[in-house]
Design a protein around this ligand. Structure first.
Ligand code: ATP
Length: 328
């Protein structure tokens, strides 16, 4: 298990004061953050304001030392036993960083493998199996500069798996990828946890991606934990509004009046808009399901229903709601 306990990171930065004076100031990037990663599970780290996600990942992968608090990986301390911890963790970043473009896919993996002390037949076997796993076996001897975006991202995955890490940090892994490639990659990430038993920490600005992949979500704001739960519980616990939308062919004054009354009775809100097809789109929002009273009302007015849909609150609504509350 990877355990982060009350971790804090303060950066010291030099600031100019006038022409000749400089002064050190402190930026608290992570404050009192605790979380855990367990094999086979994916956790999401979502940020609101300058949240400290990258700083957290760097501390977990031994690239930065926490100012206070403790990170242990299978019992090893990330600071004192960093050599053991390095062997158990790796990071995959989105975009096109961390690869050598002039080298082929295979040469890149040979280089990164050698940094972990892998060599000879063991390294060759590992590279072959990773190239097969990410579907780059045929392109292994092509320079990376001739790879497509999707191929580069798959090579990033192979690079991140070169030391067979038990703990993987994925920092915006689908950044800039086209939708079908991003979908393929999400499937791969999900299999890394479910079939290969990796413990994964994911950061992403694509909240639907977090919702789809993560078993648990940690939401941080200015380095502080503000919520931790499963995506389903988070969306339920805040009791956000459900949106109920109905499309009707016409709207009489009396129906308009009764719709307003209905929304008032249920303590909700509503919007009515005429569409391009000269129909009316009525959206009711509220904490209580208004489907049955709405349908009875439309029946009483002999109004046909052309379309009816409900939209439950999503994790994205939760983040927006929290950001609003915290003045982002
Ligand atoms: N090397 C550094 N020196 C000083 N301050 C830093 C440094 N790195 C990050 N910060 C500050 O620490 C805070 C958290 O930064 P961090 O990059 O960890 O956040 P993040 O959640 O990854 O942000 P983003 O999603 O925008 O990449 C920010 O206020 C940032 O300006």
């Amino acid at each position: 298990m990877l355990l982060a306990e009350n971790v804090r990171k303060v950066y010291r930065v030099k600031e100019k004061k006038g022409w000749f004076r400089q002064q050190w100031t402190e930026v608290e990037a992570v404050a009192d953050l605790s979380f855990r990663m367990v094999p086979g599970k994916i956790i999401g780290l979502l940020g609101i304001n300058g949240a400290g996600k990258t700083t957290t990942i760097k501390m977990c992968s031994t690239l930065l030392t926490p100012t206070s608090g403790k990170i242990t990986v299978d019992g090893y301390d990330a600071v004192k036993d960093d050599r053991f911890v390095k062997a158990k963790v790796n990071m995959i970043a989105g975009g096109e960083r961390m690869l050598y473009w002039r080298l082929t896919g295979r040469e890149n993996l040979q280089y990164f493998g050698s940094l972990y002390g892998l060599q000879g037949q063991a390294l060759r076997d590992r590279i072959d199996s990773l190239l097969l796993q990410v579907g780059l076996f045929e392109a292994a001897n092509t320079p990376v500069e001739r790879y497509s975006k999707g191929m580069k991202q798959r090579l990033q995955i192979a690079r991140g798996l070169i030391n067979d890490p038990r703990y993987l940090f994925l920092d915006e892994p689908t950044l800039g990828l086209d939708a079908p490639i991003a979908r393929q990659l999400r499937k791969h990430v999900s299999e890394l946890a479910s079939q290969h038993g990796k413990a994964i920490l994911l950061t992403s600005h694509y909240i639907h991606e977090v919702e789809e992949l993560c078993d648990e979500v940690y939401i941080i704001d200015k380095g502080r934990l503000v919520a931790h739960d499963t995506p389903e519980h988070l969306t339920k616990s805040l009791h956000l509004d459900t949106a109920l939308q109905v499309v009707i062919p016409s709207l009489s004054d009396s129906l308009d009046y009764d719709l307003r009354r209905l929304v008032l009775d249920y303590g909700g809100s509503h919007e009515i808009a005429e569409t391009d097809e000269q129909t009316w789109e009525v959206t009711l929002r509220g904490k209580t399901d208004m489907t049955t009273p709405l349908l009875s009302l439309l029946a009483a007015h002999q109004s046909p229903v052309l379309r009816l849909s409900t939209q439950q609150p999503s994790l994205e609504d939760v983040i927006l709601h929290m950001a609003d509350r915290r003045g982002a």
